[in-house]
Design a protein around this ligand. Structure first.
Ligand code: GRF
Length: 210
């Protein structure tokens, strides 16, 4: 059973999807702690309602990024986390933090990376005029949304779309994809080889497909 730490800054719908999936015992893991850098993030209410331990580490209270990240690490290590999930966490993490959890931090991004990294990914996709977009779960490395890709899912982009409608369509897929990726990590089925991620076949799944 893996201990999961989830970093949030806002609404927390991806956090909720993970909470719901774990409560149905679909994932071989437990959410050990939810940490927010924003004191009134709605995600904290979701965690508290589910009886999950929460912490606030307000980045504005630290004089450097490293001091902020030291405190994040202290809080996460205190809960003995094996996996760190970024779920709408709006701070850039430096190599100081990333080195500490190499290939153990994952993020969900609302576009098909490497297209449209960074913020407002859905608007970037619309402005560019792509016909498909989607979401990506990837390991976090030192770049902005550049780490090894674990899973991706496409969604169509329609002529009538605006940022809101496209975001909504992508979000519905994010919730499913994040659960799937966390499930794979927690059952130790993810192999990272440089930039490439391979998924070990599940023996039970294998049997049913024969
Ligand atoms: C999601 O669109 C996610 O892809 C992006 O930030 C948003 C967070 O939404 N990284 P929520 O807080 O999980 O509802």
């Amino acid at each position: 059973m893996k201990n999961i730490g989830i970093l949030v800054s806002g609404r927390g719908s991806n956090l909720q999807a993970l909470i719901d999936s774990i409560s149905k015992r679909e994932i071989n893991g437990t959410i050990a702690i939810v940490v927010s850098n924003i004191e009134d993030a709605y995600a904290l209410n979701r965690a508290a309602s589910a009886g999950i331990r929460t912490a606030v580490v307000d980045h504005r209270k630290f004089k450097s990024r490293e001091d902020f990240e030291k405190e994040l690490i202290r809080v996460l290590d205190d809960s003995k986390v094996d996996l760190v999930c970024l779920a709408g966490f709006m701070r850039v993490l430096t190599s100081f933090f990333i080195r500490n959890y190499r290939n153990r931090i994952i993020n969900i991004h609302p576009a098909l990376l490497p297209s449209f990294p960074g913020i407002h990914a859905q608007k970037q996709a619309l402005d560019y005029g792509v016909k498909v977009s989607g979401c990506t779960v990837h390991f976090v490395d030192e770049g902005t949304d550049t780490g090894p890709i674990i899973l991706q899912k496409t969604v169509p982009v329609y002529d009538a779309d605006d940022e809101e409608s496209l975001s909504e369509r992508i979000l519905a897929e994010e919730h499913k994809l994040y659960i799937e990726a966390v499930k794979l990590f927690c059952s130790e089925r993810i192999i990272v080889n440089g930039r490439k991620v391979f998924i070990k076949q599940d023996y039970e799944e294998d049997k049913t497909t024969r």
